[in-house]
Design a protein around this ligand. Structure first.
Ligand code: SF4
Ligand code: SF4
Length: 418
């Protein structure tokens, strides 16, 4: 069996001789039946982007002069509550805290931790309110630059494969973090998560190289794998990751409004050094080889059918929608503005930097002014052949591909060593 070491690959990187392919480039070659051998690839850069509920930030924020208060009891950032501690910072006038990406604002039901993280990474000023244990109140406007520490940790990121949902019951309006807006009944709607064959762990299913201590890109920042994440299992592993928020790119993270309130999305890219032919062969799987369960929206424990990712990421699907102004009815209340998970639709324009390609606009617009081919899934549920339109994609393959490409470029420029 042919093999090479990480040191040999790093030497090639330094000499400008490393052969790097993104997972997307590799899959295209495989689908085109191009000849490709172990000698043609030193590293495959993989990626994923989607709602990652385990995301939290660990922050240190100077609030007032030393001696101003003994200990903080409560802290709100733009109305989103953080958890003070663990260090009490006694009499230092500053607060250590952990704040969740899934936390909802106390004042704005459409705002939460994910939106806050994006605002911070964008360099926006945020409003901090602190209540001390003695009932004193302090407020301060700060930016990310004012925080000596701002580390993001993902307790459960980059699931190897995920899940998909529909509602077979005769009941509309089921709210879930997996539906936006609330899901209709009678198998009228289908949503899914997961980036399929470009996902990191799909391309290294036995975790031969994706392990604790490996370097990664988390939302564009160089970070580390701390270990496997919570709820990881042999069949469905996920990763615990960390990186400095100050190095992150604003386009790779943010809030995502669901029918259960705001969630948080992240993007992750991981290099797979092709150390031997076994590792190389593992990167050859395609969407059609990856199983995808369809579950009842009211219970992930109720699988209804099994398909594969080629039915969800339908060949010929569109990555982003097109808005046709001429079809817009200028409704008194625009449902797209209301339901767009990332607030990408404003002033009758799609902000493509914010757009997630989820397709919700196409589904909720009162006049179908948005064109995006999401496709539909065909399967058998309860002994009936059904075809269900895809109404929301909660993972963004475009962002995942962009980050995997960014990682490839960094390696080629000798800015990221294995
Ligand atoms: S719902 Fe559709 S048609 Fe109505 S204002 Fe919004 S974009 Fe225009
Ligand atoms: S696809 Fe439509 S609904 Fe989804 S983020 Fe883009 S503009 Fe918003």
């Amino acid at each position: 069996m042919k093999n090479r070491t990480k040191e040999e690959i790093n030497e090639k990187i330094v000499n400008g001789e490393a052969k790097i392919l993104t997972a997307d480039e590799l899959k295209s070659k495989i689908k085109n039946s191009d000849e490709i051998s172990f000698d043609d690839v030193d590293v495959v850069t993989t990626g994923t982007c989607g709602i990652m509920s385990g995301t939290a930030a660990i922050l240190h924020i100077p609030i007032a002069d030393g001696g101003s208060f003994k200990k903080a009891k409560k802290i709100l950032l733009n109305g989103v509550e953080g958890h003070v501690g663990p260090c009490p910072n006694e009499w230092l006038g500053s607060v250590d805290l952990i704040i969740y990406g899934t936390e909802h604002s106390k004042t704005n039901p459409e705002y939460g931790g994910g939106f806050l993280f994006k605002d911070l990474v964008m360099g926006k000023e945020i409003n901090v309110e602190v209540e001390s244990e003695n009932g004193e109140f302090f407020t301060k406007k700060v930016t990310l630059d004012d925080m000596p520490t701002a580390e993001m940790i993902g307790t459960r990121n980059a699931f190897k494969n995920y899940n998909s949902f529909t509602n077979p019951d005769n009941e509309d309006g089921i709210t879930s973090i997996f539906a936006q807006p609330a899901m209709k009944g009678n198998l009228k709607e289908y949503t899914f998560s997961g980036c399929g064959d470009i996902n990191p762990l799909q391309n290294d299913p036995q975790q031969n190289v994706i392990k604790s201590g490996c370097k990664i890109l988390l939302n564009g920042a160089e970070g580390l794998i701390l270990g496997n994440g919570t709820r990881s299992s042999k069949d469905k592993p996920n990763l615990m990751l960390a990186a400095n928020m100050k190095d992150m790119g604003e386009k790779y993270l943010g809030g995502f409004k669901t029918s259960e309130g705001p969630e948080v999305f992240d993007s992750v890219a991981i290099p797979i050094p092709i150390l031997d032919e076994k590792i190389f062969n593992n990167t050859f799987l395609l969407d059609k080889d990856i199983p995808l369960s369809i579950s009842h929206i009211k219970g992930r424990h109720l699988p209804l059918a099994q398909i594969d990712y080629s039915k969800a990421w339908v060949e010929g699907n569109d990555e982003r929608p097109i808005f046709n102004k001429d079809e817009c009815l200028n409704c008194d209340e625009c449902d797209v503005k209301k339901y767009c998970p990332t607030n990408a639709f404003k002033n009758k324009k799609i902000n493509l930097e914010y757009c997630f390609g989820c397709g919700v606009c196409h589904n909720v617009c009162k006049n179908r002014a948005f064109k995006i081919n999401l496709g539909s899934i065909k399967t058998e549920i309860n002994s009936n052949n059904v075809e269900i339109p895809i109404v929301c994609r909660e993972s963004d393959r475009k962002r995942a591909k962009d980050l995997a490409l960014e990682l490839k470029d960094k390696i080629l420029k000798n800015e990221f060593k294995l």
